[in-house]
Design a binder for this molecule. Structure first.
Ligand SMILES: C[S@@+](CC[C@H](N)C(=O)[O-])C[C@H]1O[C@@H](n2cnc3c(N)ncnc32)[C@H](O)[C@@H]1O
Length: 184
């Protein structure tokens, strides 16, 4: 990381493709990460990072570990810093891979934000900025893009109902949501 850089963004669990504009962090030395380390611990100073993202990473952890990750993300984030999270949706067959330990639906982000209902609620640290469901992966480049666009629109008009009905249209591929550290 450059010393003069004031806004640092970290892609945690970046694998082989750190997001452009982000510094990659991963457990695997074979990844393309610039920084190797093991979640839930992050090797960054308090209030030093502008934003984190994690694509298809948090589902590899049990909820207790997710809370630990969120606490450490919160410690490292600057006030109002963001955490962009993309997870497979629970209705996606990919979600039930045996190395997946948590399953996510439209209301799951509420358990980790100020409106949280979870027993181990860590609310007060983050607020939910938005959440969005995707019928296909976001970088889908296949046939019938208009259908994918329509389905994305439809499932987000009434997400809770559409989650219940989604087994009739092949499940929902993934969910993206952003949480922001509440300035104290
Ligand atoms: C399914 S891959 C996602 C890779 C990438 N984000 C993407 O969207 O293609 C999950 C990544 O999380 C990393 N990972 C798993 N457990 C980890 C841990 N405890 N600490 C850091 N990275 C971890 C894996 O090495 C892997 O690169």
């Amino acid at each position: 990381m450059e010393k003069h850089q004031t806004k640092i963004f970290i892609d945690i669990g970046c694998g082989l493709a750190p997001e452009p504009g982000y510094v990659g962090f991963d457990i695997k030395r074979t990844s393309k990460a610039a920084i190797i380390g093991r979640l839930p611990h992050l090797p960054f100073k308090d209030n030093s990072i502008q934003g984190f993202r994690a694509r298809h990473v948090l589902e590899h952890f049990f909820s207790e570990d997710i809370f630990d990750i969120l606490r450490d993300v919160s410690r490292c984030l600057k006030p109002n810093g963001e955490f962009l999270i993309i997870v497979p949706h629970g209705t996606n067959p990919l979600a039930s891979q045996i190395d997946h330990k948590s399953y996510w639906s439209y209301n799951s982000p509420l358990t980790i934000t100020e409106d949280g209902l979870h027993d181990e609620w860590i609310g007060g640290i983050f607020r939910l900025e938005y959440r969005k469901l995707f019928w296909m992966k976001q970088d889908y480049r296949g046939r019938f893009p208009w259908l994918v666009k329509f389905m994305n629109w439809m499932i987000n008009t009434s997400p809770i109902v559409m989650e219940r009905l989604s087994f009739h249209f092949g499940g929902i591929y993934e969910m993206e949501f952003k949480i922001r550290k509440i300035a104290t």
